[in-house]
Every structure is written in structure tokens, then in C-alpha cells.
Design a protein around this ligand. Structure first.
Ligand SMILES: [Zn+2]
Length: 177
């Protein structure tokens, strides 16, 4: 592993990754009427919803497949192991199952609950904070932080969470791709 980072206060914070929902090519096999996943053609840096696949046995506990943001290997999320909160955030944090990778991050699955995830960057003169909300547009997203705006915070960036990056601690580095 090659870690060249010299950052101090930033290095302790966990990286946040928001993955878009995409349609993967998934090949299923069937033995004695039981369907299972044989092969997948993953789309890097995204997740695939397994909840609506028809014909899987009732005891299939997989919720979703996703590619590791670092090594790009497919990881499966299973019910009872990973919880997904109301914003599509994985609990506990994602840890890549590839033993040589073990990449760890705070991961959100965009559109897990169908509505897009929006990211908002806020600053109060001392620090920048990033928060997430479900919304259909920028105006709706901004309502989510109206309480904070009354206590001295200011919105410096807002946009769909996909492709949205904030470098913590460095002012003016909000990028909406
Ligand atoms: Zn990995």
C-alpha cells in the first residue's frame, strides 16, 4: 500500500462515497428450481438492486451488489449483515470483502429508496460540513437544512450527490461534477 498523504486533521475522517444505481447484466442459473447468481457483469462505481429480481428463492438474503470504489471487485450486501438507513447509507460502514483490499468508507446507495440523494455543503466560518437528504430538486433539498441556517450556517454548495465532492477543511473546494 502506498500512502503518501501528509494531511493531519483530514486523515482521520472516513471517506464518503455515493454510488449510483445502475442496471448490471446478471446471469442466473437454476438447479432443481432454485435460482442463483452465476455471473455478473458489474458496472464500476455503482450498485445493482437485487430486491426486485423475480424468481429468486424466498430465502435469498442479498439486498444489493456493489463494486468496491478502490479495487472494483463485486461485494454483496446481505440482509442481517448490512442495514441500509432511510437515506441509503450502509450501516456499519462498508469494508471491502477482498482480503488484500479491505477498503473502508461511509457508503450511500443513491436511489435505494427511489428518491435521489442530494448533498449539501455548509460552512459556519470555522468548518465545512456535508449533509445528505432525499429530494427531487435543489429547492426541496435546501429545506432539509433550514434549521441550521438559522444558527449561523450558510449553504456553499448543493447538488445531486452523484459526482459531488467536498474536500473537508479547504474552503472553496466544493465541486459538483
Ligand atoms: Zn476493494
Amino acid at each position: 500500500m502506498n500512502l503518501k498523504s501528509k494531511s493531519t486533521h483530514v486523515s482521520t475522517s472516513t471517506q464518503t462515497v455515493v454510488l449510483p444505481r445502475t442496471e448490471w447484466e446478471v446471469i442466473f442459473s437454476e438447479v432443481d428450481g432454485v435460482k442463483s447468481i452465476e455471473r455478473v457483469q458489474p458496472i464500476p462505481e455503482s450498485w445493482f438492486d437485487l430486491r426486485k429480481i423475480e424468481g429468486l428463492p424466498a430465502n435469498v438474503t442479498l439486498l444489493a451488489l456493489l463494486t468496491c470504489p478502490k479495487c472494483r471487485e463485486v461485494n454483496a450486501l446481505a440482509k442481517g449483515v448490512t442495514k441500509i438507513d432511510s437515506l441509503g447509507k450502509l450501516i456499519p460502514n462498508f469494508v471491502c470483502g477482498v482480503s488484500t483490499c479491505k477498503f473502508t468508507a461511509e457508503v450511500y446507495l443513491d436511489k435505494f429508496h427511489d428518491k435521489p440523494l442530494y448533498a449539501l455543503a455548509l460552512e459556519n466560518g470555522e468548518r465545512i460540513e456535508l449533509s445528505y437528504t432525499h429530494a427531487n430538486n435543489v429547492k426541496e433539498a435546501s429545506l432539509a437544512v433550514s434549521g441550521k441556517l438559522l444558527s449561523g450556517w450558510r449553504v456553499i454548495g448543493i447538488g445531486p450527490a452523484i459526482g459531488y465532492h467536498v474536500q473537508p477543511g479547504s474552503k472553496g473546494s466544493v465541486v459538483i461534477a
